[in-house]
Design a binder for this molecule. Structure first.
Ligand SMILES: [Zn+2]
Length: 399
């Protein structure tokens, strides 16, 4: 039961008039999740009337959301036609800005990437604005008439509702108006989100079966920083002005190996991020001049997987701090699952026992245990997140 908020009561009433829309989304999600599937099977599983399902399936076919892919086994009468999502046709553009690289990709309804280009992220905001505008315009142009939409993931503070990017701490960009500029340039709607929230959304829609089946979990994104996304009741919990879930800045000590993106040496991020891991590794190797040896995080994790002792030690120490923070989140939020995302998950086997131990310690006696899982989203979870911003609007409930 949820309290009816009288300030928003108009929306609640409007929603009663949209039963058709809700049923349409339910049928669409059955096709997405359980295809190939027939009209009769959807009716059986949803307990919607067969004629209702049929009308909706016809609509979805006409809108190009689903396609017929042949016939199934007959259960007596005619062979039933089977349906699945329409793939291979672009519906979304994802713009994924990370501190090192920026990727712009074209994707279909299933989130498959059809075309992709990546370039180095520059600290020069004017240059990046021009690059993103030019490239998204070029990619979006051929599909302009087909209502293609754009999702953008950025490592910073964003108000998702107004589409405003307040701050990108890594480059100290403030009040970046890129979304409005992309909309002007392409004529397509842009949805922007903080990278951790976008990744959490990607886990909800495109993640492993376990996370797709539950409505409440946490996602910890280990990258240059540490981001956290909270999925609560099947949606991203954003807090006021989108500033919720900034657990990367919770205090984890007072002598971290690196500075946090906010400048402090007390934040969890300064203890448990890729930056912290690289700093620990360099100090074990006694490389003082950071410019002398530019160790790539991917190489470092590869070394750890291959058993190089300094790499293993620095990774274990960093993941120990990651575990401490996760433990605090479990104590406070009691999620069913915590998903860890980022390059560090390639070496999951090296530290999963330690993480599991920490999580067991933090669960109160008698409560079910929180499960810790590595993400299955692959190399670029934030890109999947950016695309997911568009797709979640197509598949999510309208309310
Ligand atoms: Zn901080």
């Amino acid at each position: 039961m949820r309290r009816i908020n009288l300030q928003k009561a108009k929306n609640e009433i409007a929603r009663l008039n949209t039963i058709r829309d809700i049923n349409r989304q339910i049928v669409l999600n059955y096709v997405r999740d359980r295809s190939p599937i027939s009209r009769a099977e959807i009716a059986r599983q949803t307990e919607l009337h067969r004629s209702t399902v049929s009308v909706i399936v016809d609509e979805l076919l006409a809108d190009g959301m689903i396609v017929e892919i042949g016939s199934g086994e007959s259960t007596g009468g005619r062979k039933p036609k089977l349906y699945e999502l329409r793939t291979g046709v672009p519906v979304a553009i994802g713009v994924d800005l990370t501190p090192r690289t920026t990727t712009i990709a074209l994707a279909d309804l299933a989130g498959n990437i059809l075309q992709k280009e990546t370039f180095s992220t520059s600290p020069d905001v004017e240059f990046m604005t021009a690059q993103i505008l030019e490239r998204t315009r070029r990619i979006a142009e051929p599909f302009h008439d087909q209502g293609i939409e754009i999702g953008m993931s950025v490592p910073g503070l964003v108000d998702q509702r107004s589409g405003k990017i307040f701050h990108i701490p890594y480059f100290n960009w403030r009040d970046w108006d890129i979304c409005k500029r992309i909309e002007e340039e392409t004529g397509s709607h842009v949805i922007v989100e903080n990278d951790a929230n976008a990744t959490a959304l990607a886990e909800l829609w495109f993640g492993q079966e376990k996370t797709r089946k539950i409505d409440t979990f946490l996602m910890i994104l280990v990258g240059e920083g540490v981001g956290t996304g909270i999925i609560f009741d099947g949606q991203v919990y954003r807090g006021e002005m989108g500033a919720g879930g900034e657990f990367g800045h919770m205090i984890a000590g007072d002598n971290a190996p690196v500075e946090c993106s906010c400048g402090s040496r007390e934040c969890w991020e300064a203890y448990a991020s890729e930056k912290a891991l690289v700093a620990r590794y360099k100090s074990l190797l006694k490389i003082d001049d950071l410019k002398q040896s530019n160790i790539d995080i991917g190489d470092l994790i590869e070394l750890a997987v291959n058993g190089e002792k300094h790499a293993v030690e620095s990774l274990r120490e960093t993941m120990h701090y990651l575990g401490n923070g996760i433990s605090n989140l479990i104590v406070g939020l009691s999620p069913q699952i915590v998903v860890v995302s980022g390059k560090v998950t390639k070496a999951w086997d090296l530290y999963k026992d330690e993480l599991q131990r920490v999580s067991e310690r933090s669960v109160l006696a008698g409560l079910p245990q929180t499960e810790l899982l590595p993400s299955t989203l692959g190399e670029s979870p934030t890109l999947t997140g950016a695309i997911g911003l568009v797709l979640a609007r197509k598949f999510g409930s309208m309310s």
